[in-house]
Design a protein around this ligand. Structure first.
Ligand SMILES: Cc1cc2nc3c(=O)[nH]c(=O)nc-3n(C[C@H](O)[C@H](O)[C@H](O)COP(=O)(O)OP(=O)(O)OC[C@H]3O[C@@H](n4cnc5c(N)ncnc54)[C@H](O)[C@@H]3O)c2cc1C
Length: 286
């Protein structure tokens, strides 16, 4: 679906309750955890959905409104049952213009990262749930993410262990970042995922780049290869759902790891198509 296809008519006013940098100051990347309070009951939101942010213009590109989507990283009750606190995990983006070599700030991410407690913004949605929670709690969840791709998984893991009271199937999180400092919700600054480490069905596996300053890809190949037996067993189990989230650059190393595991590109493509047709392989890539 293209961004222009989203129906932005369902709007809600949100008040910023909190904006916290969750990458340490020493990290080159600024990622913030935002808590936005909206006047809607938490039952109206699901882990895995996203909300839209429309930044009013005019913008340098000539467009009036700049619209971007952000995954809900958590939902909790606000100060009353009719209010929800939506949590977002936003990376402040910059990009370099290929023509003039100048660096520009991403519009929506900088708008969100500059917000202060008490500011008001307009959100739209919530929009489609990429990663549905299977109705059968004995289903396995293989979650593979990179960078801010952790956001929907954080919401999902929290939902199944705290709201549903537990999960019988295996939940395996494979998560990559450039450096240990950028392992979001799993670093010294904020380690929310530690709450689930004592759950017998939950296990997290991490990968960081060996040479982060060289912009090397995250070594997903090694991460999957080092746990090949477990990942293969999960993929072959018809009760497993594989959810992949994050930046486009994670796809190539991930693809290589699975081609390696299945012995040939053709065999992996065939297997993946099968999983996709059963909605057991779902990607949220941006
Ligand atoms: C369903 C969905 C969910 C998303 N969830 C999140 C989320 O939870 N958190 C989040 O931070 N982003 C998320 N995104 C990406 C987000 O919508 C924006 O694309 C991103 O914030 C850049 O928008 P911008 O307006 O700041 O930049 P623009 O002004 O549109 O500039 C885009 C530039 O930033 C680069 N870019 C885009 N996303 C990233 C990124 N995350 N890291 C590095 N460079 C990037 C692009 O390649 C391009 O060069 C999601 C996207 C989709 C489609």
């Amino acid at each position: 679906m293209r961004l222009s296809d989203y129906d932005t008519g369902h709007q809600m006013q949100a008040r910023v309750m909190e904006s916290d940098r969750i990458t340490p100051e020493g990290s080159g990347d600024e990622v913030r955890h935002l808590v936005l309070r909206v006047h809607r009951s938490p039952d109206r939101f699901e882990a895995g959905q996203s909300v839209g942010v429309a930044v009013p213009g005019p913008h340098a590109g000539g467009h009036e409104v700049h619209f971007r989507l952000y995954s809900i990283a958590g939902v909790s009750r606000g100060s009353s049952p009719e209010e929800s606190d939506l949590e977002l995990c936003v990376k402040r983006c910059f990009y370099v213009d290929e023509f003039n070599g100048e660096q520009y700030s991403g519009i929506a991410s900088n708008y969100l990262c500059d917000l202060k407690a008490g500011d008001q913004i307009t959100l739209s949605g919530p929009f489609e749930n990429a990663f549905r929670i299977p109705p059968d709690p004995s289903a396995n969840l293989l979650l593979i993410g990179m960078g801010t791709g952790i956001a929907p998984f954080r919401a999902l893991i929290r939902h199944i262990y705290t709201k549903l009271g537990g999960w019988v199937g295996k939940v395996r999180l494979f998560y990559g970042a450039r450096t240990g400092l950028e392992l979001l919700y799993m670093n010294d600054k904020r380690d929310d995922l530690k709450h689930y480490y004592d759950q017998t069905t939950f296990k997290a596996f991490e990968a960081v780049s060996p040479r982060p300053h060289m912009e090397d890809p995250i070594p997903f190949e090694d991460l999957i290869r080092n746990n090949q037996a477990e990942v293969r067993e999960l993929i072959e189990d018809p009760a497993t759902f594989v959810y992949v989230a994050g930046l486009e650059k994670m796809i190539e190393p991930l693809d290589k790891a699975f081609i390696d595991m299945f012995g040939s590109e053709q065999e992996w493509r065939r297997r993946r198509r099968e999983l996709e047709s059963q909605r057991r392989w779902v990607e949220l890539i941006y």
